[in-house]
Design a binder for this molecule. Structure first.
Ligand SMILES: *[C@@H]1O[C@H](CO)[C@@H](O)[C@H](O)[C@H]1NC(C)=O
Ligand SMILES: *[C@@H]1O[C@H](CO)[C@@H](O)[C@H](O)[C@H]1NC(C)=O
Ligand SMILES: *[C@@H]1O[C@H](CO)[C@@H](O)[C@H](O)[C@H]1NC(C)=O
Ligand SMILES: *[C@@H]1O[C@H](CO)[C@@H](O)[C@H](O)[C@H]1NC(C)=O
Ligand SMILES: *[C@@H]1O[C@H](CO)[C@@H](O)[C@H](O)[C@H]1NC(C)=O
Ligand SMILES: *[C@@H]1O[C@H](CO)[C@@H](O)[C@H](O)[C@H]1NC(C)=O
Ligand SMILES: *[C@@H]1O[C@H](CO)[C@@H](O)[C@H](O)[C@H]1NC(C)=O
Length: 837
């Protein structure tokens, strides 16, 4: 290739990258003590604060500009001036992105001039009244970096000199950066793990405006990254000096850029380079000795008890999905067992993901120790563990507990686990919450208003699904949905030219055949639209668009499709046991399912739906939930099917999607029907009908019954409200079902059928409540244990036992090994009370 072309390409490539770059709405870069602007190697312009552009930020206070007369040759221009304050002085910045997290970076580069030796400067800094630095001294160049939420129109950064001998002290600063970070940089979510010296708890405070100070930012396995390399102008340093045993680790690198498309992290979470390198286990001579961890020790202040630890992962070491499982330990405590990046990062390799932990150090401990080691889940020959990046941030206002957001009000922000950065443990915590909630309810009246109770429901929310993965329902590009196209001739031969004997179903869309694909001999269900009829084309495309981009254990997966010769054919994984409905009623050949199994099926379907609703930025509304659209595989694992009607959920600031009413009679949300406005609560309603169907084993609508019985939703609600739901339970299970489980199940279904969407629980809530009903059915022991955690705060758990898949609220993290879906009984039995700390 000739050099000109190469140059052309590289220039255009970098323009592409630049145009992709993050542009903060609030973006203040100040060159302090200077009348001119300074431009850094990363091309950012710092306006001089004595210039017309910069000075408007500086309030009256007593200050002066100082210039370094003898700058060292390679010191940046930015550091050749400083502003010196001899009395408390303020920079004020107008904030556009109110209630967003902002990053504040203060540059201190002490130099010596005629009158001032900056390394003798001693200062305190606060932001809107919250102390950031106290009695701070720098004797070499130091950057101090803080994250916090600003909830006012102005942010005031106050510099206060700390007196020398006779009030002659001074404060100074060389440069200031203040900008808003992407909205999802820290996400409020329930159930972040708090790693105490003696075990895990839920970090129960809410983080909306916790002040965090960066202590370490490490590019594990990679080189130093400068602001030039980083989307948010951060600096990342190599990990080597922190490794406890260097020979335990081996660098892994890839040249392929990370697969951000669906993953949990974005390019702003950490730059490409962080996710393109890692440390992995250094298995010497391919021996079978895998019994070790890789460990890093990061020094922290002995007086700083609380840190947010953010770990970055991208599976760049595996050659296939579902081969890498490892454990994460923090300070010797199992912080996340059986990390399965294949599932967390949406079934793709090299897909970035991160997990947040809040870590409380033991008294006087001055390190945070992080280890990764192989999990028992991985096969002997493939044991490995990786880490790509580490960020450790001090929780500045932990002691003062006066967040920037609301001076005085001491609200905490739960620094969110990202993108559904949910943890195995969060599941447990939510389960505990559910348990505690129930205990509370049983106490003699606490005269709580009705509202509070429904708030209780929402407090069980299991959010945290990926806020980045967007699923657009756009039509496929010119090349179709890559990799999923199946030639018509293949389908012809797989179905024996659409042999009538292979038909397993038919419906509005067309006919469904059972088939075996020759290419890989997997069993599939082939759904063929009426040949030649373009009716149903939008549904056809919707289904491909939705299913080609999401994979989930509880959603029927699309194997491929064919759109040739005016054919519309969808090919799904084959669901051996067919629709849930035929296992409930209407089929003489099938045995009625026991209650426990029905619960498992409901839980599975709820999990699939929950994933649909929360597993992407906009969520997906199914719109046609019914017992025939919940299919069972050979192990009776429930999968939600038929996405033809589904819609992308409402955008952030809309609350509904307006749309023509579609759906199935008997399952239709009355509010949706009335107002023609679709929300994910419409699915919740339909799911509530399914729950009663499962309980009573009768159709949603049965015109042959007495008038008051025709509509299941109405009829069952009547009995439920009377507290007599047991009267209409399917006789096959009535002896087996425990009253407590029935009660919980009935309440859950009832809430789903609430008249107004706002009063209905989210699918996350439904899921937890069904899990709880399952617990009540299978394991009553916990009551005898009498966990009394009135305050709901201090119940601690040991990590889930081995073999229990890691699990998050937002995105299912089921193991793919077909182990039981229901792990919580084992989890529950591990509950212990924890007196004080
Ligand atoms: C002030 O800002 C304007 C526009 O933002 C820019 O063109 C000008 O160069 C700046 N002046 C200084 C001294 O930085
Ligand atoms: C910021 O958040 C507070 C409290 O949550 C709220 O009262 C206020 O209206 C919000 N302001 C903006 C501009 O969003
Ligand atoms: C800089 O300050 C630290 C303590 O803050 C001290 O340990 C170190 O010796 C100082 N270095 C120099 C060059 O003065
Ligand atoms: C926690 O954050 C959520 C979402 O931002 C908010 O709705 C809730 O009121 C907060 N809770 C507390 C205790 O601050
Ligand atoms: C990082 O930035 C520096 C310039 O500061 C550049 O020389 C280097 O190549 C970059 N590294 C990577 C990995 O992009
Ligand atoms: C690795 O193999 C080399 C040669 O095969 C041998 O000399 C060395 O001792 C082995 N190292 C370990 C740790 O087993
Ligand atoms: C890894 O470290 C954890 C925590 O210190 C420890 O419990 C575990 O036994 C270690 N695993 C191995 C294989 O050494």
């Amino acid at each position: 290739m000739d050099a000109k072309l190469l140059h052309y390409l590289s220039v255009h490539f970098s323009i592409l990258i630049l145009s992709n770059a993050f542009t903060p709405q609030d973006n203040y870069l100040i060159n302090c003590g200077s009348a001119t602007s300074a431009t850094l190697v990363d091309n950012r312009h710092f306006a001089g604060d004595s210039s017309e552009n910069g000075s408007s930020h500086l309030s009256e206070g007593k200050s002066l500009s100082l210039t370094n007369q003898n700058p060292s040759p390679n010191s940046p221009l930015l550091y050749s001036t400083a502003r010196v304050f001899t009395s408390p002085s303020t920079y004020t910045f107008n904030i556009k992105n109110i209630n967003w997290t902002h990053l504040l970076r203060l540059h201190f580069a002490p130099f010596k001039s005629l009158n001032y030796d900056l390394s003798h400067g001693k200062l305190s800094v606060s932001a809107n009244g919250v102390s950031l630095l106290t009695n701070f001294v720098a004797n070499s160049t130091v950057l101090k970096e803080f994250f916090f939420t600003v909830d006012e129109e102005d942010l005031e950064i106050l510099f206060t000199p700390v007196g020398g001998g006779s009030g002659s002290g001074f404060a100074y600063v060389n440069a200031i950066e203040l900008f808003s970070v992407p909205k999802d940089f820290f996400v409020d979510s329930a159930g972040i793990a708090l790693i105490n010296p003696d075990g895990i708890q839920e970090f129960k405070r809410n983080i909306t405006s916790h002040v965090l100070e960066t202590v370490h930012r490490i590019n594990v396995g990679g080189p130093k990254l400068t602001p030039f390399n980083d989307t948010l102008w951060r600096t990342w340093i190599p990990d080597e000096d922190f490794l406890v045993l260097k020979t335990a680790a081996k660098v892994a690198t890839t040249n392929d850029p990370p697969n951000y498309e669906l993953g949990g992290a974005t390019r702003e979470t950490a730059p490409d380079n962080v996710y393109m390198t890692a440390q992995q286990m250094n298995v010497v001579n391919d021996s079978l000795i895998f019994h070790f961890n890789i460990t890093w020790d990061f020094p922290v202040g002995a007086d700083d008890p609380m840190h947010l630890v953010r770990l970055h992962f991208s599976d760049i070491v595996s050659i296939a999905l579902n081969t890498l499982y490892f454990n994460v330990y923090i300070n010797g405590v199992t912080a996340y067992k059986d990390v399965d990046l294949s599932v967390l990062a949406f079934h793709q390799l090299a897909s970035p993901y991160y997990i947040d932990f809040v870590v409380r150090n033991a008294k006087d401990s001055d390190i945070v120790r992080i280890s990764v080691g192989p999990s028992d889940l991985s096969s002997t020959l493939r044991k490995n563990a990786i880490l790509n990046g580490v960020e450790i941030m001090r929780m500045v206002d932990f002691i003062s507990s006066s967040p920037l957001k609301s001076r005085g009000k001491s609200t905490w922000i739960v620094v969110g686990s990202v993108v559904g950065g949910f943890f195995a443990i969060s599941f447990v915590f939510l389960a505990i919450l559910a348990l505690l909630k129930c205990k509370k309810k049983k106490r003699p009246k606490k005269t709580k208003p009705r509202r509070a109770e429904s708030a209780g429901w929402t407090s069980l929310r299991a959010y945290g699904a990926s806020s980045h993965a967007t699923i657009s329902l756009a039509s496929p590009g010119p090349y179709g949905y890559s990799g999923l196209k199946i030639p018509f001739t293949d389908l012809q031969s797989a179905t024996n030219n659409f042999d009538k004997n292979l038909v397993i179903g038919s419906g509005g869309f067309g006919t469904v055949y059972k088939a075996i694909l020759e290419s890989n001999s997997i069993k599939v269900a082939v759904k063929r639209g009426m040949p030649g009829s373009r009716q149903g084309l939008p549904e056809f495309h919707t289904e491909i668009a939705v299913l080609s981009r999401i994979r989930h254990r509880h959603l029927v997966s699309l194997v491929g499709y064919c759109e040739e010769q005016s054919e519309m054919i969808l090919v799904y994984e084959y669901m051996e046991k067919g629709p849930l409905r035929s296992h409930l009623y209407g089929s003489d050949s099938l045995q009625p399912l026991p209650w426990k199994q029905r619960l498992e099926i409901c839980i599975g379907a709820a999990r699939g739906l929950h994933y649909l609703h929360t597993g992407s930025a906009q969520g997906i509304i199914h719109r046609d939930i019914k017992s025939t659209n919940i299919l069972l595989d050979e192990n009776y694992v429930a999968k939600v099917a038929d996405f033809g009607l589904s819609k992308s959920g409402p955008c952030l600031n809309e609350t509904h999607v307006s749309t023509g009413v579609k759906g199935s009679f008997g399952y239709l949300d009355p509010e949706y029907f009335r107002r023609q406005q679709l929300t994910d609560k419409s699915d919740v309603y339909s799911f509530g009908v399914v729950l009663f169907e499962v309980l009573c084993a009768r159709p949603a609508v049965d015109p042959l019954l007495n008038r008051e019985e025709v509509n299941l939703a109405e009829w069952a609600m009547e009995w439920q409200k009377k507290g007599l739901i047991e009267k209409i339970v399917d006789p096959f299970i009535v002896d087996e079902i425990k009253p407590s489980s029935l009660k919980k199940f009935g309440e859950t279904a009832e809430k789903c059928l609430a008249e107004y969407g706002v009063d209905r629980p989210t699918m996350g809530d439904v899921l937890w409540n069904l899990e709880y009903a399952y617990q009540l059915q299978t394991n009553e022991r916990k009551r005898e244990h009498g966990i009394d955690a009135d305050d709901g705060s201090e119940a601690a758990v040991t990590p889930p036992p081995m073999g229990v898949p890691a699990r998050r609220g937002g995105v299912d993290a089921d193991s793919d090994d077909g182990t039981s879906d229901i792990s919580s009984s084992r989890v529950f039995s591990q509950l212990i009370t924890n007196e004080g700390r």
